[in-house]
Design a protein around this ligand. Sequence first.
Ligand SMILES: Cc1cc2nc3c(=O)[nH]c(=O)nc-3n(C[C@H](O)[C@H](O)[C@H](O)COP(=O)(O)OP(=O)(O)OC[C@H]3O[C@@H](n4cnc5c(N)ncnc54)[C@H](O)[C@@H]3O)c2cc1C
Length: 505
Amino acid sequence: MSTQQEYDVIVAGSGLGGLTCAAILSKHGFKVCVLEKNKQIGGCLQSFSREKTVFDSGVHYLGGLEPGQNLHQIFKYLGIIDKIKLKRLDLHSFDRVSFYDDQKEYKLAQGYDRFIQTMKKDFPDEEKSIREYCDMLKYICDKFPLYNLRMGGLEEKASMLHINAAKYMDELSGDPKLGKVLSANNMLYAGVRGKTPLYVHALVTNSYIESSWKCLDGGSQISKWIGRVISSNGGTVLRYQDVRRIVAEEKEVQYIETADGSRFYGKTFISNIHPAVTMDMLESDLVRQAYRNRIKNLENTNSAFIVNAVLKPNCFPHMNYNVYYHGIEDTWGGHSYDASSWPRNYAMFISPDRQNPNFANSVSVMSYMNIQELSVWNNTYNTVAQPGNRGEDYEAFKKEKALKLLNMVYKRYPLLKDCIDSFTSSTPLSFRDYIGAYDGTAYGVLKDCSDPFRTFISPRTKLSNLYLTGQNLNMHGILGVSMSALATCGEIINMEQLLHEIKQA
Ligand SMILES: Cc1cc2nc3c(=O)[nH]c(=O)nc-3n(C[C@H](O)[C@H](O)[C@H](O)COP(=O)(O)OP(=O)(O)OC[C@H]3O[C@@H](n4cnc5c(N)ncnc54)[C@H](O)[C@@H]3O)c2cc1C
């Protein structure tokens, strides 16, 4: 099929970044069209169900959603804040962290005062360090203008970009356990010792300390409602549209072509597809090989293996918090393992049974997994839109890994073993195929405190009408990607006006 269609703005990829850009621009009168290769829109926001139980593929909790906080304000402006079914996590512990050599569970509480008081109970001699840490998080977050929905330049945050997160935590106090506890949820950003900057930790952790929420009925609600905003403003969201070529002539992109040969013409183009993949699709002499190589050689954050388990009714008590467990000394060390030492750590996310909220109806357990482990299945592909079979050996691999991971969880939560009804799992290949980055990266480009500017990708490109958006730009996560979408839209419409509208919403 070959059709020719013309729009003001064409967005390739319907992840949160693409959808948010499309919604904002459609609210500003642009005729937008979003092209998504999958059956379901939303990228990492996709949900799926097993035995009538909803699972999230990539969003387990959100921060900053209390009235007056940054994400709340953006969702309010988009008109979706009252539509999403949310449940606030336990005020006294949105996360609980534990370690192989210590029976205790350490609690991370919501609200800075509560956070400090709770942490002080476990570290009574460390109040000064705990307060210093909280002040540091707030100080860093203040330096990021968009995070505070205000105008500002790169120079404001420049001095924050080089601070090494692991080093900061190691040196925070005389008690090394405090730094371990504070960095124990670094799977939230796939933190790497010596690379991850403290600002990444600060922007993520601050939002959860401010307020932590779970999406009831799955994160796909967010994409569904943003999709409706786009449609109600006259925009179009097309599924099963696998973008293959972004074709430019001289300084401008002319059209996007999808797998079936359809051509979509527009005045402005936004790619929400991983920038390295975008570079492969982009046919333009203007974009130099050196730039393409720089983008393609950027290291990405690690991928993950996730077990999604349906639980028997009224069996496992619901815990209104997330769990992070470390089976090794170094909280940043979960990336390096061999077949015998995997898994080294995990995060567990628990969902309540809607009929009987005192019990959980599902758990998802996540650990790092390097995609190289799956190299024998590298040439396979499987999504709902383009089904494929990776074979029995792949299923056996998944089962073996899932049981290993669950066995680690049972040591801490023995009751869970008898409460699991059934489970499925996803691997780095699931993320690769559903999200579209070749290495299945969970959170996109890895930020590096030793060379921070190299790991920043601008929303602008050499082509005057091609922009980038999504988690690879500024930050990942629902909050980070929403900020990236503002940065992208701020290149197309007036940023000051946009921020004013958001604040006035
Ligand atoms: C396992 C996991 C857990 C996470 N947990 C959390 C959490 O608890 N809280 C939180 O805030 N964040 C979490 N995140 C991060 C968050 O989900 C992401 O940062 C965010 O959703 C990424 O949005 P994005 O706009 O970059 O797009 P992506 O989600 O990367 O989507 C890109 C879209 O582009 C589409 N696409 C790719 N190639 C093509 C093509 N050729 N043609 C057409 N379409 C294409 C894809 O199908 C996809 O829909 C998690 C992520 C993962 C992977």
